[in-house]
Design a protein around this ligand. Structure first.
Ligand SMILES: [Zn+2]
Length: 166
């Protein structure tokens, strides 16, 4: 990465290190090379051939797997003629009243809604670009939102939300 005056360039050209928030000016990096943070050595840019198609494939697989997990039971107890099944949706919505309803909403959001939304927004953002079409109208904000809701950011805020609910 090259360092330059922030005021000299456009703000849209700046990228922040995801680990230490150091600012850099984005540059073209040849395929197979990597741009790393000088301060913490985190990888900032690592272009790979067909990376967009890989991300699209993984997002589609995520949608299919989450929808499948909603319908198909992941737990089945079958003994002496009695049979009990539970799908992810059954588990997520098992509490329907009182304070535990909040738990059901949080669990349903965490295992169903947010993963689906992240995958759909990723598809919305990357599909036109990978297929050499103009970017979607709201591609910039649609691309930023899934990163803000990344699972790694959940654990920091979830315990305090649970504590305040009790
Ligand atoms: Zn860094």
């Amino acid at each position: 990465m090259t360092h330059g005056g922030i005021a000299a360039g456009r703000l849209g050209d700046l990228i922040a290190c995801p680990e230490c928030d150091a600012l850099y000016r984005a540059v073209d990096v040849p395929s197979g090379a990597r741009a790393t943070c000088i301060r913490c050595h985190a990888v900032l840019i690592a272009p790979r051939r067909r990376a967009g198609m890989t991300v699209i494939s993984l997002a589609l697989a995520s949608v299919v797997l989450v929808i499948g997990a909603l319908w198909f039971p992941f737990l089945r107890i079958d003994t002496r003629g009695f049979r009990q099944e539970a799908s992810l949706w059954d588990v997520a919505t098992s509490f329907t009243d009182g304070l535990l309803l909040v738990l059901s909403v949080v669990v349903a959001a965490g295992i169903v809604v947010i993963p689906l939304l992240r995958a759909v927004l990723t598809l919305y953002t990357l599909t036109p670009v990978v297929f050499d079409r103009p970017p979607a109208v709201h591609a910039r904000s649609a691309f930023a939102w899934p990163r803000r809701c990344a699972p790694g950011r959940w654990p920091r805020s979830l315990p305090s939300a649970v504590r305040s609910a009790w």
